[in-house]
Design a protein around this ligand. Structure first.
Ligand SMILES: Cc1cc2nc3c(=O)[nH]c(=O)nc-3n(C[C@H](O)[C@H](O)[C@H](O)COP(=O)(O)OP(=O)(O)OC[C@H]3O[C@@H](n4cnc5c(N)ncnc54)[C@H](O)[C@@H]3O)c2cc1C
Length: 389
């Protein structure tokens, strides 16, 4: 048991999970969040077993199981023809192999689960509608400015996401960089989805310079669709409504028939600028630490951004419960960086492989089919099987 008091800026997945992980180890925290209410855009999140095991250790298993769909497999298919390339088996076999299932969740549901647990925890104070404007190091602590108030803490965790402003307090922190790709997201009721759209599985359609990820949510009543294309962003916003016409033209041109059937549906699309934060920057300065997307936002092609934030939360909470603050934060950075670096780079490579065209794409498909789903999945054992020491 330790009597330190921790400040957390940002109540996204990183901030809320950190507060819970600290509370379970007897450490009190204050979480400040600029949004007056926690509400997430209607989109899905794949929570792989490495993150799921940590959430389970926070007593969230029952709530997660109520809200999640467990996909039978991840199917990779040709975007042009819809023909299968390879299928990675999940379902119960993932639970057996990795100690937790591969879950598909609505973002709003995961946020509600975390929020409910936070609100039930007396060691956590959550302040909504409280925008933090600065984090500062003092001689034996750190301060957080919120409106006219200055809050004092023993340690300050900056979890304000990919566009972090507060990370200016950490010398050498990496800036965000647009990646030249956009993600278009929509959800549709299963009733209006094309009949042959797979409902119990995650489907990834591979296409030249593009890919599409489709998976079920909420007892498979909703279908989540993400279309990733190569496209520069062009303004200062980072998400906004997307015109379906752009996708129609994009896929007509490449005659990806299977995908164009999806883009022909009359859907509301939200378009996101895919942005990275290189994990090589500094994450820790004295009593201030960056976690989650603020430290190392990655491309979503391995579905590991939130998973890495959840792993960060687990490690930083354990270290803060074991060592004086500056040492604990240094140990957090030293442990997390090599793993995050590897995942971050592998996500980049996945983007290149997914977007191949012509003979290179044919070679990729043949190689994946020859390898087979089980062996392909085993290549990700180091991600899904990770346990904090
Ligand atoms: C298209 C797409 C698909 C994805 N799919 C997956 C997936 O399937 N699986 C997966 O693991 N990851 C996925 N990710 C990544 C995942 O969404 C992020 O990595 C994760 O949400 C990061 O969480 P975070 O808490 O670090 O940041 P955020 O979720 O951005 O939270 C930051 C919080 O800080 C608050 N805030 C900001 N500034 C301040 C301030 N000054 N004061 C107070 N509060 C502030 C914000 O309001 C926000 O609530 C995907 C990403 C994209 C773009």
């Amino acid at each position: 048991m330790t009597s330190i008091r921790v400040g957390i800026a940002g109540a996204g997945i990183a901030g809320l999970t950190t507060a819970l992980a600290l509370a379970r180890r007897g450490i009190a925290s204050t979480v400040v969040e600029r949004a007056p209410q926690l509400s997430e855009v209607g989109a899905g999140l794949q929570i792989s077993p490495n993150a799921g095991r940590i959430l389970e250790s926070l007593d969230l298993t029952e709530a997660l199981d109520r809200a999640a769909v467990l996909p039978e497999a991840i199917d990779l298919r040709s975007g042009r023809t819809g023909e299968p390339i390879v299928s990675l088996p999940l379902g119960e076999s993932a639970r057996r192999a990795y100690g937790a299932p591969y879950r598909l969740l609505h973002r709003a549901d995961l946020q509600s689960i975390l929020l409910e647990a936070v609100e039930a925890e007396p060691r956590i104070e959550l302040r909504l509608g409280a925008e933090a404007t600065a984090v500062r190091q003092t001689r034996d602590g750190a301060t957080l400015s919120v409106g006219d108030e200055t809050l004092d803490f023993d340690a300050m965790i900056v979890a304000d996401g990919v566009r972090s402003k507060l990370k200016q307090a950490v010398d050498g922190a990496s800036p965000p960089r647009p990646n030249g790709r956009t993600a278009w997201r929509s959800t549709i009721p299963v009733g209006i989805a094309p009949r042959d759209l797979p409902h119990e599985r995650t489907t990834v359609l591979l296409s030249r310079d593009a890919h599409v990820v489709i998976y079920p949510l909420r007892s498979a009543r909703l279908i989540n669709i993400i279309v990733v294309i190569e496209e520069d962003w062009g303004d200062d916003s980072w998400s906004g409504p997307g015109a379906a016409e752009v996708l129609r033209q994009r896929f007509d041109r490449d005659s990806t028939r299977y995908i164009s059937r999806l883009t022909e549906l009359d859907l509301q699309w939200t378009r996101w600028c895919l942005t990275e934060v290189a994990p090589t920057g500094t994450w820790v300065d004295g009593r201030i630490a960056l976690i989650g997307d603020a430290a190392h936002a990655m491309l979503p092609f391995l579905a590991q951004g939130a998973a890495m934030a959840i792993e960060d939360a687990d490690v930083i909470a354990r270290e803060l419960s074991n060592a004086p603050v500056p040492d604990a934060l240094q140990r957090y950075q030293a442990q997390r960086r090599p793993r995050v670096m590897r995942v971050w780079k592998t996500a980049r490579q996945a983007g290149q492989i997914y977007h191949l065209g012509g003979p290179m794409a044919t070679a990729r498909d043949l190689a994946m089919t020859a390898l087979g789903g089980r062996r392909l999945l085993q290549r990700y054992d180091w991600i899904y099987g990770w346990r904090s020491s």
